[in-house]
Write a protein that binds this ligand. Structure first.
Ligand SMILES: *Cc1c(COP(=O)(O)O)cnc(C)c1O
Length: 398
């Protein structure tokens, strides 16, 4: 093992060398069921043949040119994203945190243009927006922030899914310019608002009443993950801006900040940029991902398989007091236990299943959008075995 990779991750003792569909193989030839998709990235499954063909051809044709020039692949992806989202314009970058940085900078410039000094953005508890300084400051996790002070100022935090808390800030402050929210919180433990449409409508109304921007982070929940192109499409609300990344490039790094109406007019030449952002290779990967999702009806599949997995998990864990709650929006699935369960990740790995635990007590499942019913059943069987063993051998938290 190389000593030259910086020690920023505690890695599991496994090395994957090959993937196909929902399956991964390690360097010893062992086969694993991937219920994490590289954290909501490989929605098409591994090594999708149409995707491999499209990006291979693009690499052989044109990999990169600067944004000093027109880029046809970038324009095609912008057009497609506008069509499926109803948004007006797209800024391309390379990751989720950068997409959120673009939203934050856009909001600040919007405030500046309105003559508001020291503008603030309302953000949520247990939110996750990335690891750059501004997005870390927006993130609702003291653990992630600790040691990186001074943080970027200009954020006001309120509890998630709490409209009154937002109204109180609106009544108290006159320098707020935007709300930044994940419609479904991912890192926070797959938190789905009790009434997503009601919550988003209330936030929209407050934004309209105060001329704030409604900015949503769909880095994890977007790109068909919850059964619609974007989670906000489960509601009848339109955001002003939206951040995307993760599933958009199927593993090729790409992020996007979409904007609508007045928000789409804020950034002007010279105000923001990215060397790699929107290059022919990455945007071809994005367009191909969206085309395959459409062709294979993966939104419909994400909804159906998400419902199926939830149902099967509920049946498998029926009467098990250690299971507090099972939540899902399409193929964003969370199983909350009554005790810390980080150990489950290694136990599942030993049983050839890749899962994640977030928010200390929540098993997070983000299987590829292409998962079929047989594979979904296998996922449930493997997980149920591991969880039952874990619960018997661990103690309930005091
Ligand atoms: C993963 C994630 C990010 C950060 O994306 P990176 O590509 O790691 O910078 C931001 N927001 C949400 C909701 C995420 O899940």
């Amino acid at each position: 093992m190389s000593q030259h990779v910086m020690n920023t991750y505690s890695r599991l003792p496994v090395t994957f060398v090959k993937g196909e569909g929902v399956w991964l193989w390690d360097d010893k030839g062992e086969k694993y069921l991937d219920a994490l998709s590289g954290i909501a990235v490989t929605g098409l499954g591994h090594s999708h043949p149409d995707f491999v063909k499209a990006i291979s051809e693009q690499a052989a044709t044109l990999m990169h040119v600067s944004n000093l020039y027109h880029i046809v692949e970038q324009e095609a992806l912008a057009d497609k994203l506008a069509e499926i989202s109803g948004m007006d314009s797209v800024f391309f970058c390379n990751s989720g945190c950068e997409a959120n940085e673009a939203q934050i900078k856009l909001a600040r410039l919007y405030a500046h243009n309105k003559g508001i000094e020291n503008p603030e953005i309302i953000v949520m508890e247990q939110s996750f927006h990335g690891r750059t300084l501004a997005t870390l400051s927006a993130t609702g996790s003291r653990k992630a922030q600790a040691g990186f002070e001074p943080l970027v100022s200009g954020f006001v935090r309120v509890p998630f899914d709490d409209v009154d808390a937002v109204k109180q800030v609106a009544a108290r402050k006159n320098n707020v310019i935007a709300i930044l929210v994940e419609p479904v919180q991912g890192e926070g433990g797959i938190q789905v608002p009790a009434d997503m449409n009601g919550y988003m409508n209330a936030l929209r109304q407050i934004c309209d009443d105060n001329e704030w921007l409604l900015m949503i982070d769909e880095v994890q929940s977007g790109i068909a993950r919850t059964g619609t192109w974007f989670a906000f499409q489960h509601t009848d609300v339109m955001p002003d801006t939206m951040a995307l990344a993760k599933g958009l490039g199927s593993g090729v790094p790409i992020g996007a900040c979409l904007a609508k109406g007045v928000a789409a007019e804020v950034l002007k030449p010279g105000k923001h940029g990215s060397t790699f952002g929107g290059n022919p290779f990455a945007t071809k990967a994005g367009s191909t991902t969206l085309a395959i999702i459409e062709k294979q009806k993966l939104r419909e599949n994400a909804q159906a398989m998400g419902d199926f997995i939830h149902q099967q998990l509920a049946a498998a864990f029926e009467g098990n007091d250690a299971i507090v709650n099972i939540r899902h929006a399409g193929l964003m699935i969370g199983v909350e236990l009554d005790r810390p369960c980080a150990e489950l990740v290694k136990l599942a790995l030993d049983n050839k299943l890749l899962i994640n635990v977030t928010a200390d007590k929540v098993i997070r499942l983000l299987p590829p959008l292409v998962i079929n019913q047989e594979e979904a059943q296998e996922l449930v069987n493997r997980l149920a075995t591991v969880v039952e063993h874990f619960i018997k051998s661990s103690l309930k938290a005091a």
